[in-house]
Ligand binder design. Structure first.
Ligand SMILES: [Zn+2]
Length: 288
């Protein structure tokens, strides 16, 4: 049995699937953070500020709030408003929708939600491009930034906006910040805590039984959120299978090689093949 067959077999029988989505998943899905589409959409920013990719540009020390929000509006529009549900995410849902599944992700582009994953089965740990918060977290609430983004995009001239359009905290009047975990002021609001509890509940129900851990495009930026906990779950559960889809194969820190499958082939192809195996399996079952 090759690696892919082993994963297909485990997905056919395991009642539970835990998905961990990292940056590599959205990259494989076609959200372009540093390639040609990025260079086209941000040509003026690249020329003025020397940006090389969408991730590091978010940390650029813009000289004014007006320039900073003009930039973020473009970023939000590009990465979270404009893209439809990407086919890779839609196929992933197809693969697990009849399972007890849960998704934990460090991605902030709302792709799981757009693809139709149930919100109560989703935990976006690091925030959401479509939200903002008080920069110094004076109160524990997050706000949609979509209206502000629309107004800012319409008013942007020469990469800046009128000062009056920069979002302000409705409580303290101070600066607003994107709701992304960039510093210690990141707000974990009621919705965040509810999702965290649902993740805990999922683990307490399924972490000891037959389970497939699909770790998708998770690197080493924040390994303590998905990568290391998944290795531990696999270490303590003989009935777990850890499936790592990543172009870069890094051996696990724990002795779990026999319960780990590494798939370094392009994720689109792997997921399509798993889906084909599932459909074949299902039609065979119907004929029987
Ligand atoms: Zn405030």
């Amino acid at each position: 049995m090759d690696a892919l067959e082993r994963v297909a077999a485990a997905l056919a029988t395991a009642p539970a699937v835990l998905i961990g989505g990292g940056a590599g998943l959205s990259a494989a899905a076609g959200i372009d953070y540093s390639g040609e589409a990025f260079r086209r959409a941000f040509a003026d920013y690249i020329a003025r500020y020397g940006f090389s990719d969408l991730y590091s540009s978010g940390f650029y020390p813009f000289p004014t709030e007006a320039e900073r929000w003009a930039y973020w509006a473009r970023h939000v529009e590009y990465a979270a408003v404009k893209p439809p549900a990407m086919p890779l995410y839609v196929r992933l849902l197809e693969l697990v929708r009849d399972k007890e599944y849960f998704v934990i992700t460090t991605n902030v582009d709302a792709q799981f939600e757009k693809a139709g994953f149930a919100p109560r089965r989703l935990f976006a740990v690091q925030g959401d491009y479509r939200e903002m918060q008080c920069a110094r977290a004076c109160h524990q609430k997050v706000y949609s930034n979509l209206d502000a983004v629309k107004r800012i995009l319409a008013a942007t001239r020469d990469l800046t906006i009128p000062e009056s359009l920069t979002p302000r905290c409705p409580v303290c009047g101070g600066r607003m910040e994107m709701h992304l975990r960039m510093d210690e002021h990141f707000i974990e609001d009621e919705k965040w805590h509810k999702a965290a509890r649902r993740y805990e509940e999922f683990l307490s129900r399924h972490a000891r039984g037959e389970i497939v851990l699909l770790e998708l495009g998770v690197g080493f930026n924040t390994p303590t959120i998905i990568r290391y906990p998944y290795e531990e779950l696999t270490f303590f559960n003989q009935a777990a299978l850890l499936v790592r889809m990543n172009q870069e194969v890094v051996p696990p820190r724990l002795p779990i090689q026999s319960r780990t499958v590494n798939l370094a082939e392009p994720m689109q192809a792997v997921v399509s093949q798993l889906l084909a195996a599932k459909q074949k399996d299902r039609s065979a079952g119907e004929r029987a």
